[in-house]
Design a protein around this ligand. Structure first.
Ligand code: CAA
Length: 282
């Protein structure tokens, strides 16, 4: 299956990053979001990233322009009908994703593969919203997408081998390394990462250490590139909470209960870097 046009639903930090790597790999990209403002913000971040690469001498000015010219924007999800492969990168809310998949299933030709960048929601549950479960798959990028090498690829129960192979080849085209995970809540990445972040939040909640000390321990003691609380701020505390809820609901195991402090921050609108305040101020 020859993929020429790649669709991305959602122009936020994940969707924008995915659109950037897809366009950089030479594909034409259609990126959609709910408003002109959201789309423009996503493209502005891509533009900024590309400019930084040009300034650092990693990218030619002409190539940066060519990447930007391969980006087409829309606020109408039905325009995804023009894509051969679509990845959904909306916020981590099950009902919202279900709704997007129902719309994509209606708009896109039957052969189009529909992938989700969900960080924890079972692929089978999303696939069941469509009439093409064999063509639905998880393609989970890491944040910041242009920098992180990994893509987790997750088959639902019905995902076809062809859908899997095309997705795997796309990861290679994007210069990423793919790892396969089975369709369990949180897959591999967030099954391991998020309980660690949640435990760091419990440490803060129980005054085991300050945010700075908790992050210093993990950075210098375990050689993590950033501490778990700074990483939670980067990911978004609402996303962290949503993933913990999915793990807790999915396994019914108390070890996945979200820390009350995480919930409190999210309820207060302290969502991390994107809102200017999380465990740190930005
Ligand atoms: N977009 C594009 N490029 C970015 C970027 C962004 N948002 N942030 C940083 N970069 C680039 C910089 O331009 C820089 O490039 P060069 O070295 O080529 O100049 C490079 O990344 C390093 O950046 P900095 O020097 O500013 O900072 P750093 O060395 O501290 O690295 C980091 C920043 C890459 C984010 C690093 O701290 C890191 O790897 N942190 C861990 C990130 C991580 O764990 N991500 C996974 C989150 S989990 C997830 O995404 C899954 C989920 O479902 C929740």
């Amino acid at each position: 299956m020859d993929i020429k046009t790649f669709g991305v639903v959602g122009a936020g930090q994940m969707g924008g990053g995915i659109a950037q790597v897809a366009a950089a790999s030479g594909l034409d990209v259609i990126i959609s979001d709910i408003s002109e403002e959201c789309v423009a913000r996503g493209v502005a971040v891509i533009d900024k990233n590309l400019n930084r690469s040009v300034e650092k001498g990693r990218l030619d000015q002409g190539e940066a322009r060519a990447i930007l010219s391969r980006l087409n924007t829309t606020t109408d999800i039905a325009d995804m009908a023009g894509a051969d492969y679509v990845v959904e990168a909306a916020v981590e809310m099950e009902d919202l994703k279900f709704n997007i998949f129902r719309q994509l299933d209606e708009a896109c030709p039957k052969q189009t593969i529909l992938a989700t960048n969900t960080s924890s929601i079972p692929i089978g549950r999303i696939a069941a919203q469509t009439g093409r479960p064999g063509k639905v798959i998880g393609m989970h990028f890491m944040n910041p997408v242009p920098v992180m090498k990994l893509v987790e690829v997750i088959r639902g129960l019905a995902t076809s081998q062809e859908t899997f192979d095309v997705t795997w080849q796309l990861c290679e085209k994007f210069n990423k390394v793919a790892a396969e995970a089975s369709d369990f809540p949180g897959f591999i990445a967030n099954r391991i990462l998020m309980p660690m972040i949640n435990e760091a939040i419990f440490c803060l909640y129980q005054s085991v250490g300050t945010a700075e000390d908790i992050d210093t321990v993990m950075k210098l003691g375990m050689n993590h590139p950033m501490g778990p609380l700074a990483l939670a701020d980067l990911i978004g505390l609402d996303t962290c909470l949503a993933i913990m809820e999915t793990l807790y609901d999915g396994f019914k195991d108390s070890k996945y209960r979200p820390c009350p402090l995480l919930r409190k921050y999210v309820e207060a609108g302290w969502l991390g870097r994107k809102s200017g305040r999380g465990f740190y101020s930005y």
